[in-house]
Write a protein that binds this ligand. Structure first.
Ligand code: SAM
Length: 257
């Protein structure tokens, strides 16, 4: 890590949450990719129960709900995101079958074997890919599906700068075959895995943040922590443009064995 860039783990979580409530998406992705991942899931009906962990404001959850039958629950640790989620569901007239609830993805109160599909875009890293998949498996019905997007190395080797960045940010980042093997040993048959295209990062995630960063800096003028946080965001974006051939996100879809 360079001297004047702090680790993301050093920032006050309230600053981070406030920032991400001002952008549409809280992680890389796109409606097309949500629909592509959903295309590998079979057997959903009007009585299915789908849960989206780390749903944030729920942009991807709404796409899911518009393209799959059944009841959809979004779970997020932060009430600020849950409020945005429920407002989005209302705006799209989905409130009768789509509900956001505050909770933690590693402390669930669902009945075991009660869920048909567990969804999680860019959020399982909060508890770790292997730990999350293992813990969630018991809540799926036999034959139920899990679909998660996760930070992934695209090559076996990479430059030290990006290796060091990720070892600090999320050391569980790994190659696609290793992630699939982890999914298998967590009790799922890996059905599909595919990398997210660059537009999921650039058009849907980083570009909308340019204006958000300007507004945030104006609002927090003179606040060193806020300024450092935006510097950190910009550093992360610069690294993506510089090293995007070496890493990104991949979607992993598995069926409970
Ligand atoms: N899935 C959304 C998307 O793709 O836009 C949000 C992704 S964002 C990178 C990660 C989300 O996980 C945030 O909304 C954050 O509040 C949530 N989160 C963090 N820790 C969590 C936990 N333990 N349980 C549930 N949600 C959590």
């Amino acid at each position: 890590m360079s001297d004047n860039i702090k680790s993301i783990h050093e920032f006050d979580v309230n600053l981070i949450v406030e920032y991400y409530t001002t952008v549409k998406r809280q992680g890389p992705g796109s409606p097309e990719i949500t629909k592509k991942a959903l295309s590998f899931v079979d057997g959903l009906t009007e009585s299915s129960h789908i849960v989206d962990f780390g749903c944030g404001a729920g942009v991807q959850t709404m796409v899911l709900a518009q393209n799959a039958p059944g009841k959809v629950t979004g779970i997020d640790l932060f009430p600020q995101f849950v409020d945005l989620f429920n407002a989005n569901a209302n705006d799209l007239n989905l409130q009768d079958r789509v509900k956001g609830e505050q909770g933690s993805m590693d402390d669930l109160h669902f009945q075991e074997e009660s869920l048909d599909l567990i969804w999680c875009e860019g959020a399982i890293y909060n508890i770790g890919f292997e730990k999350g998949l293992k813990y969630w498996q018991r809540f799926l019905k036999p034959g139920g599906y899990v679909a998660v997007s996760e930070a992934t190395w695209f090559t076996d080797e990479r430059p030290a700068e990006i290796q060091d960045f990720w070892m600090d940010a999320y050391p569980e980042i790994d190659t696609l075959p290793n992630k699939m093997a982890q999914m298998q040993s967590a009790g799922y048959l890996p059905i599909a895995a595919f990398m997210l295209p660059e537009n999921c990062w650039i058009e849907h995630f980083y570009e909308p943040q340019v204006q958000a960063q300007e507004d945030y800096l104006k609002k927090h003028a003179g606040n060193n922590a806020a300024e450092d946080f935006i510097k950190n965001q910009q550093h992360e974006t610069d690294l993506y443009y510089k090293y995007k051939q070496f890493y990104g996100y991949a979607f992993y879809i598995g069926k409970k064995l």
